[in-house]
Write a protein that binds this ligand. Structure first.
Ligand SMILES: CC(C)(COP(=O)(O)OP(=O)(O)OC[C@H]1O[C@@H](n2cnc3c(N)ncnc32)[C@H](O)[C@@H]1OP(=O)(O)O)[C@@H](O)C(=O)NCCC(=O)NCCS
Length: 177
């Protein structure tokens, strides 16, 4: 049971959160987050990922021009990750918050931050029992489209005004590599 009706500690207007592109030094923390039981439960593939498979995935992800992998830091400490995959004409988004930092509003804030930089259409696939991600999608302005095979499909149409600053995911993220 999720305990707290209290206001979130973190919101998307805070300067405590920073979005940056992931790099190879993030391999270990990304694997830890990915293999946490609660993350596996929410993922399409729920089996634990082996280290060598993860390293191959990360290398390919960092080299893929249609994929952006982000790390979100709270006060300089890695707190979550997001992925955007370009699938002409829009993006498929996914997100994970560090298991030790959940329930503070970070998921909601980071997804809103990323979405504010994207004017193309967006979509997300969320397992039916993932209430927190449904709240995050709705808070970010995505709307429910349909349910199929235990997956809720959420989307947002392209918007015709320029994204609010920062003007692009690259600018939002900075490239640390
Ligand atoms: C889902 C996830 C990203 C939520 O991150 P978070 O930082 O804890 O989320 P927030 O604190 O911003 O909470 C988001 C909303 O969900 C609610 N919530 C948080 N945890 C919840 C839980 N376990 N059960 C039900 N609601 C929950 C919050 O109250 C908030 O709702 P509100 O906006 O109405 O107040 C995180 O639990 C996670 O990484 N899970 C594993 C991976 C995953 O599910 N990825 C998404 C795949 S689409």
């Amino acid at each position: 049971m999720y305990p707290s009706p209290a206001p979130p500690e973190v919101d998307s207007t805070t300067s405590r959160l920073r979005l940056r592109l992931a790099n190879s030094k993030d391999a270990e923390l990304l694997l830890d987050w990915r293999n946490a039981p609660s993350t596996r439960e929410a993922s399409h593939t729920s089996a634990p990922i082996a280290s060598d498979e993860h390293m191959r995935w990360l290398e390919q992800s960092l080299a893929n021009p249609d994929r952006r992998l982000y790390i979100v830091e709270l006060d300089g400490i890695p707190a979550g990750t997001m992925r955007s995959d370009f699938e002409d004409p829009g993006y498929l988004l996914s997100w994970t918050v560090s298991p030790s930092m959940r329930g503070k509003g970070i998921g909601t804030a980071m997804v809103r931050m990323l979405i504010a930089t994207i004017s193309e259409s967006l979509r997300a696939e969320i397992k039916t029992d993932n209430r927190a991600s449904v709240r995050i999608a709705e808070a970010a302005g995505l709307r429910f489209i349909r349910e199929a095979d235990g997956i809720l499909h959420y989307c947002r149409d392209a918007i015709d005004h320029p994204p609010s600053p920062p003007a692009s995911p690259q600018q939002a993220a900075g490239n640390e590599e």
